[in-house]
Design a protein around this ligand. Structure first.
Ligand code: MN
Length: 248
């Protein structure tokens, strides 16, 4: 067999790239993580060992079952909050990637009654109905971390069929039907939060904001192709010093 003249990245390489991009774009810092469902087995997902995303390398990627347990004899220390990913993959068969962030412009929206909604067309994937899950409602005073499957399930219930959910005093979760889609939505969720905060500072009053309408969000979602996501991905690969592959 002839070698492929245009070899693509492996899923693990792409997951490493996703880690580096989210770090470079300021969506995750030393904390936060991104996972993908294992293309070889939908009952498994791939996620780095407990390490800052900017540092993640292919050998750091571990494999997990949908109860958050480690698959195989990998002795590395996993992220304490891997149950966020496990619970969402279990509840949402169509979700192929999950991002968890503490992205700085998003967190303020988790502690106020004003709802986050999209104001700019690139941010439409976050949707207009964004729930804010509060760990305290069911689990009382905790360290706010999703360290058990039971807590992950409660978060997944709040997320429902949506793309994103806020986590009070903590951050957010973002889902995608591909790794690139989840990263795209996570980046533009941070962008939307920063722009909305600026718009609120300029507004004549709390009602003086024009959000995207339901119809606009639907039209943008319908007309969306992978082209826009790949264009962003190529640019973000350059910024993160990672190789770009047009197809995976
Ligand atoms: Mn967290």
């Amino acid at each position: 067999m002839k070698p492929d003249p245009h070899p693509g990245a492996t899923p693990i390489d792409e997951l490493v790239t996703a880690n580096r991009i989210l770090a470079r774009e300021g969506v995750i810092d030393s904390f936060g993580h991104v996972s993908m469902r294992d293309p070889a087995d939908p009952r498994r997902f791939l996620l780095s060992r407990s390490r800052a995303p900017q540092q993640v390398e292919p050998r750091d990627i571990m494999r997990f079952a949908l109860d958050g347990s480690v698959v195989g004899d990998d002795a590395a220390k996993p992220y304490a909050e891997r149950f966020i990913h496990a619970a969402i993959y279990e509840r949402r068969p169509e979700v192929l990637s999950v991002v968890h962030t503490h992205s700085p412009s998003v967190v303020p929206f988790t502690v106020v009654s004003r709802r986050m909604r999209p104001i700019m067309h690139m941010c439409a994937p976050i949707g207009s109905d964004i729930p804010c899950w509060d760990i305290r409602h069911r689990f009382g005073d905790t360290n706010l971390l999703v360290t058990r499957l039971e807590i992950g399930h409660d978060l997944a219930d709040a997320l429902g069929e949506r793309n994103v959910a806020l986590m009070r005093g903590h951050g957010c979760v973002v889902t995608g039907r591909s790794l690139r889609e989840a990263v795209f939505t996570a980046v533009y969720m941070e962008v939307n939060a920063a722009m909305l905060t600026q718009a609120l500072a300029l507004a004549e009053g709390p009602e003086d904001i024009v959000y995207l309408s339901e119809g606009e969000i639907e039209a943008i979602s319908k007309g969306r192709s992978s082209f826009g996501i790949d264009r962003a991905w190529e640019n973000w690969c350059l910024r993160a010093n990672r190789p770009f592959f047009a197809q995976v």
